[in-house]
Design a protein around this ligand. Structure first.
Ligand code: G6D
Length: 343
């Protein structure tokens, strides 16, 4: 196994470093310290062909102008927060309203939009990169200072593990995710409509016209949201389900996990991705609104990738029936997701 780093570009006079992690079986992950963005994952298909399985751009400028959070660590809170406001301990906090009157994905200068300090990890059984960033009190409107540490590591069991840790100096909210768009066909040969998704989840969140949770947990049974025994992603876009239509004729929904594992399989390539997490939910986004710009390999288009955003439920601060996203002063926030690539 090996880890290499090189200068990827500069942002606001700060150097942006790229890290390439390689194991002994051909699997490699490239990431940059701007937004902890995963720019490439090279994985073998059933015949050993090594191809990229995530969407992205050819250079830093693509990521600097990106509005789709390609590959990034998203935070302080992933998803939308209604009205960009929340109450905590008797104080009302006003977050960046960066999507109409609502807050999304950590705001204008969220975790995905800053350069993190970085260093390589080079150990006997894993290689990787460690990113750190101090989010000062009031950044994005959030209370408390939080020093976040994110690690990306790869081992010879074809396991790519992401961890995110932080301990605030006052009560706050934290709910990060990684926003990679997976496409197991390899080098974006096809879209993901024929990918089979398996999610051990019996409940998903109903969304409103602003894509925010209404607070209702809906049963998946009998709907195109039932992925418990595997389902082609195409079933959603091909359905007349009103929740599918609401978010652009696809999935953009949080699923509450009964078992904290999600599987994605592409029969044509034989590639399988197993995602295991310590998080209570996964937001499945089938890139319904991905259009209007160029990416690596061609024009952006709907259903080109699928995001499996393991996280707490969005807007949980406004829904006492959701698992809490409040992290108290001195409490360590721990986020971990493991991605295993199989054929
Ligand atoms: C769209 O609604 C979706 C979000 O879920 C996604 O994170 C974003 O695009 C990139 O706003």
């Amino acid at each position: 196994m090996e880890v290499n780093t090189h200068l990827y570009g500069t942002f606001e006079n700060q150097e942006v470093q790229a890290f390439t992690l390689k194991n002994d079986h051909g699997l490699s992950v490239t990431c940059i310290d701007y937004g902890c963005i995963i720019t490439e994952i090279i994985a073998p298909d059933r015949n050993g062909n090594l191809e990229n399985v995530v969407l992205g751009f050819d250079d830093l400028n693509g990521y600097l102008t990106d509005t789709s959070y390609q590959g990034a660590i998203v935070g302080r809170t992933a998803g939308r927060t209604r009205g960009g406001k929340f109450d905590l301990n008797g104080t009302t906090y006003s977050l960046d309203q960066n999507e109409n009157n609502n807050h999304i994905h950590g705001g204008v200068k969220g975790f995905s939009k800053v350069v993190w300090d970085s260093r390589i990890i080079n150990e006997e059984n894993r290689v990787g990169a460690e990113f750190t960033y101090v989010s000062e009190d009031g950044e994005g409107g959030y209370p408390g200072t939080v020093e976040m540490t994110v690690t990306y590591t790869l081992n010879n069991d074809n396991e790519f593990v992401i961890t995110g840790n932080g301990t605030p100096d006052t009560d706050t909210i934290l709910n990060i995710t990684n926003h990679a768009y997976f496409n197991l066909s390899g080098d974006v040969k096809n879209d993901v409509l024929d990918h089979e998704l398996t999610i051990k989840s019996s409940k998903f969140l109903e969304l409103d016209e602003d894509f925010l949770p209404t607070g209702k947990l809906l049963d998946v049974a009998g709907t195109v949201f039932d992925f418990q025994n595997g389902r082609k992603i195409a079933d959603g876009p091909n359905s007349k389900d009103e929740q599918i239509a609401l978010v652009g004729q696809g999935y953009d929904h949080p699923f509450l996990l009964d078992e904290k594992v999600v599987q994605l399989y592409d029969e044509a390539s034989g590639r399988q991705l197993v995602v295991e997490t310590n998080q209570p939910a996964v937001v499945v986004y089938t890139s319904n609104t991905l259009k209007g710009f160029n990416m690596r390999g061609g024009e952006a288009r709907p259903y080109l990738g699928v995001c499996l955003e393991t996280q707490g439920l969005p807007d949980a601060i406004h829904h006492p029936n959701f698992p809490s996203v409040v992290i108290n002063k001195g409490e360590e926030y721990r986020w971990e997701t493991k991605y295993t690539f199989l054929t």
